[in-house]
Design a protein around this ligand. Structure first.
Ligand code: ZN
Ligand code: ZN
Ligand code: ZN
Length: 365
């Protein structure tokens, strides 16, 4: 993977300065991965990247992870300062930054580390780094969209393979296991999540797959994704085991129509909430407004859920390079649920779907 980390670091430092910050302090997580391509687990030992305008970024790293960091970060991209066990890592940060500046810290920094920084840098001010980093991360470049497309196609292939096998007579958990296996077979580095909501369980959007045996006549919500080159896939299809009832067919048609209406509403410059309204209008118009119990979509990239959020009140305009889900649903408690989800990428001239699995109600066995 050869993302242009140097230019990402430069943009982050510039934007920090524009927002009146002396710099950013970024802990392990998607922001760190975005800026330097390094993805260590967050730990009680402080790892933090200090980004300041006009000077080289410094990674403060525990001595025992220095080799790991050196192997994970492009040579010459940043400076490294390691600290041994027994020493105060927040003092190391203090020796780098100006003691009374305003710094943006990454959302994923643990409270214990932010408290450590605040304790050591008594005169510094800390705020969220997200106003700086979110707009950068939200506009994907071609290499990122390519990874998201490859992940989406691997998710499509997973759907094809798993629904080619019979679902009837199997516990949800068993089908979830097949999804996880096939996500990796189809090209993901790891499976991330596998929702299998059969029959009444489909009415719980984030149902944890359990021991319920899938039966003939069940609608089944399959919502799953994995990670490929750091980027996530996320797709939902609702299938029918055997011939669907007229009601299931009708509800599926409404959701399908809502998903299409939302997709058609996506254009550069349109506020994110307009896309939510487009989907909601179809579902409410069909009398199921109360049963659409979540936002229409979320951004996706180095995180499964990130900006932009397609929800009422989200007035930020959609811009080329943004990638997000469109996933309306109808949930009828105690009975069944239907959701259809695709990942969509904004181009200069409109939106393209990255998922290509059929959106019509698929009848399986
Ligand atoms: Zn969800
Ligand atoms: Zn999903
Ligand atoms: Zn989603």
């Amino acid at each position: 993977m050869s993302h242009d980390y140097a230019s990402r670091l430069r943009s982050a430092a510039e934007q920090a300065e524009v927002r009146g910050l002396a710099g950013l302090v970024v802990a392990p997580g998607p922001d760190l991965l975005y800026l330097i391509g390094y993805d260590p687990p967050p730990l009680e030992r402080l790892t933090a990247l200090v980004v300041r305008p006009g000077t080289e970024a410094v990674l403060v790293v525990p001595v025992l992870e220095r080799a790991r960091a050196a192997a994970g970060v492009a040579h010459g991209l940043i400076e490294m300062q390691s600290w041994p066990d027994g020493e105060d890592p927040y003092e190391v940060v203090r020796s780098i930054v100006s003691p009374s500046g305003r710094y943006g810290v990454s959302d994923r920094m643990w409270g214990i580390h932010l408290l450590g920084l605040q304790g050591t840098l008594g005169n510094a001010e800390f705020s969220s780094a997200s106003p700086v980093l979110t707009p950068l991360r939200a506009r994907k470049d071609d290499a990122e969209i390519d990874l998201l497309r490859r992940a989406a196609h691997a998710a499509d292939e997973t759907f094809r393979r798993v629904t080619a096998e019979p679902l009837e007579g199997r516990p949800e958990q068993d089908v979830a296991g097949s999804l996880a296996r096939e996500l990796v077979h189809a090209g993901h580095d790891t499976a991330a999540f596998t929702i299998v909501g059969s029959g009444p369980n489909g009415a719980s959007p984030h149902h944890e797959p359990g021991q319920r045996i899938i039966r003939d006549d069940d609608p089944v919500v399959l919502d799953f994704g994995g990670r490929l080159g750091g980027y996530y896939s996320d797709i939902t299809r609702t299938v029918s085991v055997g011939e669907p009832s007229a009601e299931v067919r009708r509800v599926h048609e409404i959701v399908h129509e809502a998903q299409e209406a939302a997709f058609q509403a996506v254009r550069p410059g349109v506020p994110a909430e307009e896309v939510d309204r487009a989907a909601r209008k179809v579902i409410a118009g069909a009398g199921y407004g109360e049963a659409f119990i979540h936002r229409t979509g979320h951004g996706i990239g180095l995180e499964e859920h990130e900006e932009p959020y397609l929800v009422e009140g989200s007035t930020d305009p959609l811009e080329p390079g943004m990638t997000f889900s469109i996933e309306p649903g109808i949930y009828l408690e105690g009975r069944f649920g239907v959701r259809i989800e695709d990942i969509v990428a904004m181009r200069a001239d409109g939106a393209v779907r990255l998922n290509e699995a059929p959106r019509e109600l698929t009848v399986v066995h």
